[in-house]
Write a protein that binds this ligand. Structure first.
Ligand code: SAM
Length: 269
């Protein structure tokens, strides 16, 4: 089986998937930030996607190898694990079980880990939390497990909603404590019944340009003084996000980084 391995970033993902289809891929998979494109034979690829690697995986059980290499991820008070590593969660840690699958958010990406850490550093008891770009639901579920009264996850990709809902169930999050919907900010949020569309905490793992576009909407959906947690930001694009937060009057802006990735926390005015 001939497989082309292409490291991806969230920002380039859509364009790269399109180019791989156009180049004749017979199947595409995404795992842990890597696009795997199946081809019948080696072919010339456009420059934008030419920095990957061709591999003949005839004898490789990728699925088994991928699962065997997954480790628990500790993020503050929470340890994120796939179901088969549940027993490895240290005593005193909150277990967060995520089945690695089609939606982004296994905990193995630095941005997800930093966002769970930032949630874990807050006292969420009795709070409402909005998770924009929920993917696997990992951040909304983390919030619910950290005693949030209600967490709403929204995502523009409909594939994510049943996955996030199932992950919440697998973590024993009671219905009514976490909800997931297709959409983005500006849509009617069904959380309105619980929150009037205004949340105590807002977390979003998207990308810098999108934070820049959405920052006005963050203000509208976050109570005055509420914590904002933004990640998915490449360190090189931090100024874009910092300028946007300044523009909207956010205070107490703090940055932490992990490799190329940054997380920014702030408080709404
Ligand atoms: N929250 C998960 C985590 O932290 O691991 C997943 C984050 S993943 C990087 C970003 C998610 O945002 C994807 O599931 C994508 O479909 C979604 N997304 C992209 N643009 C969006 C938008 N404008 N509004 C809502 N969700 C969006």
């Amino acid at each position: 089986m001939l497989v082309y391995h292409l490291p991806g970033t969230f920002e380039t993902r859509e364009a790269h998937l399109d180019l791989l289809w156009e180049a004749g891929a017979t199947g595409l998979e995404e795992r842990a930030g890597l696009i795997r494109a199946y081809f019948d034979g080696q072919t010339d690829l456009p420059a934008d996607i030419s920095d990957g690697e061709w591999r003949d995986e005839a004898d490789q059980d990728w699925q088994a190898e991928f699962k065997a290499n997954l480790r628990p991820v500790q993020a503050g008070r929470v340890t994120i694990v796939p179901p088969w590593l549940r027993a490895e969660v240290p005593a005193g840690q909150v277990p967060l079980i995520i089945e690695p699958g089609m939606a982004f958010g296994t905990g193995h990406h630095a941005t997800t880990r930093m966002a769970v850490e930032a949630l874990s550093a807050l006292d969420l008891a009795g709070q409402t939390v909005l998770d924009v770009g929920t993917g696997s639901g990992v951040l909304a579920i983390a919030a619910a497990l950290l005693d949030a009264r209600y967490a709403l996850g929204v995502d523009i990709d409909p594939v994510t909603i049943p996955i996030a809902t199932e992950n919440a169930g697998q973590n024993g999050v009671p219905e009514g404590r976490a909800a997931f919907m297709v959409g983005t900010l500006g849509d009617d949020l069904p959380g309105d019944v619980v929150t009037d569309g205004v949340f105590d905490v807002l977390v979003a793992n998207l990308y810098a340009e999108l934070h820049d576009l959405l920052v006005g909407a963050y203000v509208g959906h976050l109570r005055a003084g509420g914590p904002l947690i933004l990640t998915g930001i490449l360190v090189s694009k931090l100024p874009l996000v910092q300028d946007a937060l300044d523009r909207e009057g956010f205070t107490d802006v703090q940055v932490r980084t992990d490799g190329d990735w940054a997380l920014v926390t702030a408080r709404s005015a």
